[in-house]
Design a protein around this ligand. Structure first.
Ligand code: ZN
Length: 201
């Protein structure tokens, strides 16, 4: 049986959508159908918004946050040069901490955890750059706000070792982060408590 040509592009759209986290082919199809039923109210503004973000979004040159400029608003804000630097795995974790509103310093996004399988080594995660930054910006405390998964904890210890050449104090989130838990799944209260009660690594 040959597939009919995808004249409308709907099949392509479904295929692209099904690559998103949390969406399989079935839910992608459902989402596309829902959009098609509300073309003017949902689909057209969504398409415009997607095009706009795709065109404007870039990674902050310093911390890896997603921004529209070369430097994100946090890196541009002088009041956030507190000497505290919070290391997170993913932009989603940075957003979670910002939502919780408990941290006033700056960030560095690793973009993953050390993984030979995924080809993620210290260089890919920007760890040498992090060490240089800690010295250059006179950072006094590095908070390793990584998940409680084994890979993330291995990464945290690697970073702590790499940072022994600096004078910064290394801390990590306190209890409250469930073992195996991922940061951006925590509610704001729990995340705030874990940050406030951070301890020396
Ligand atoms: Zn930044």
């Amino acid at each position: 049986m040959t597939r009919p040509p995808d004249e409308t592009g709907i099949e392509t759209l479904i295929q692209l959508m099904s690559r998103l986290p949390g969406l399989g082919p079935r839910s992608a199809r459902r989402a596309v159908l829902a959009m098609l039923k509300r073309r003017a109210q949902v689909m057209a503004p969504l398409a415009q918004s997607l095009a706009e973000v795709a065109l404007n979004a870039r990674d902050c040159r310093i911390c890896g946050n997603i921004s529209t400029a070369d430097l994100c608003p946090i890196c541009q804000d002088p009041s956030r040069a507190t000497g505290e630097l919070c290391v997170v795995e993913d932009v989603a974790d940075l957003w979670a901490l910002e939502r919780a509103g408990v941290f006033r310093g700056r960030y560095q996004v690793l973009g993953g955890t050390l993984s030979a399988l995924d080809g993620l080594g210290p260089e890919e995660l920007g760890i040498p750059r992090l060490v240089a930054r800690v010295s250059d910006e006179a950072v006094t405390e590095v908070i390793l706000a990584l998940s409680a998964t084994i890979d993330a904890q291995t990464t945290a210890h690697y970073i702590a070792d790499a940072l022994t050449v600096t004078t910064a104090q290394i801390t990590t989130l306190a209890q409250g982060v469930p073992v195996g838990g991922e940061l951006d799944h925590l509610d704001d209260g729990t995340l705030g408590a874990a940050l406030r009660a951070r301890r020396k690594l």
